[in-house]
Design a protein around this ligand. Structure first.
Ligand code: PGA
Length: 253
């Protein structure tokens, strides 16, 4: 049985004071569930420290939204896996579609980020997903397969518990339009099979989560699907009550 995982991706929101307050709210409202569900909060870099302090001793884990693949050196503006670990992070998100689309991140960069993060002992949520145009052309599985294969090949995953694949259809992110549970399950079971071709039996232990307009209303039906092990939550993670309600549902089933 794979432990459910709910990660809040705060994106470029929250000043330090606001972030600490939100983290405190999540801690208080999920206290009962912290051992039952893996909960991750991923604030912007500038608030890692403030949020980390609130999470100490709570069982809720700290994550970053991005990382660079080198450990140190002349890479102005970048942050290394070791720096994230040093800032209290145990998780990092790589390959989010906003980074692929707006910042020009390629599959090769995603692979290097994943490999460097795992090497540094971080756990990783790697995001994949198709655009609306790719979906309309019927290319969803092909696109996602390419992203998964390029990200995972040769990265040497020793602990399947430390790798999460987030299926996030680009057309569902921040749009209020989510994939139906059956649509998400179709793609996520394909992802498990693709991961199995690369990683063998350990793919059965990797968690595959859904992301894209997840909220307290749609989470229950999504989690009812066998290959949906949790959620990467954007907008709804910015309010303690909705985050808590999503975690609560994940803890029930
Ligand atoms: P959303 O974002 O929940 O606001 O759609 C999800 C994500 O981008 O991870």
């Amino acid at each position: 049985m794979r432990k459910r995982l709910i990660a809040g991706n705060w994106k470029m929101n929250m000043l330090r004071g606001e972030a600490a307050e939100l983290a405190r709210g999540v801690v208080e409202s999920t206290r009962r569930l912290a051992g039952k569900v893996d909960i991750i909060l991923a604030p912007p870099f500038t608030a890692l420290d403030a949020v980390g302090k609130e999470l100490q001793g709570t069982g809720i884990m700290l994550g970053a939204q991005n990382v660079f693949w080198e450990e140190r050196g002349a890479f102005t503006g970048e942050i290394s896996p070791g720096m994230l670990a040093d800032s209290g992070c145990s998780w990092v998100i790589v390959g989010h579609s906003e980074r692929r689309r707006i910042l020009g991140e390629t599959d090769e960069m995603v692979r290097m980020k994943l490999a460097a993060s795992l090497k540094a002992g971080l756990k990783v949520i790697v995001c994949v997903g198709e655009t609306l145009e790719e979906r309309d052309r019927g290319h969803t599985v092909k696109v996602v397969e390419g992203q998964v294969v390029k990200a995972l090949t040769g990265t040497g995953i020793s602990d399947p518990g430390g790798l999460v694949i987030a299926y996030e259809p680009v057309w569902a992110i921040g749009t209020g339009r989510h994939a139906t549970p059956a649509e998400a399950e179709f793609v996520q079971s394909a992802i498990r099979e693709i991961a199995g071709n690369i990683l063998g039996d350990s793919a059965a232990r990797i968690r595959i989560v859904y992301g894209g307009s997840v909220n307290e209303e749609n989470i229950r039906d999504l989690l009812a699907e066998p290959d949906i092990d949790g959620a990467l939550v954007g907008g709804a993670s910015l309010r303690a009550e909705s985050m808590a309600s999503i975690v609560e549902t994940a803890g029930e089933q």
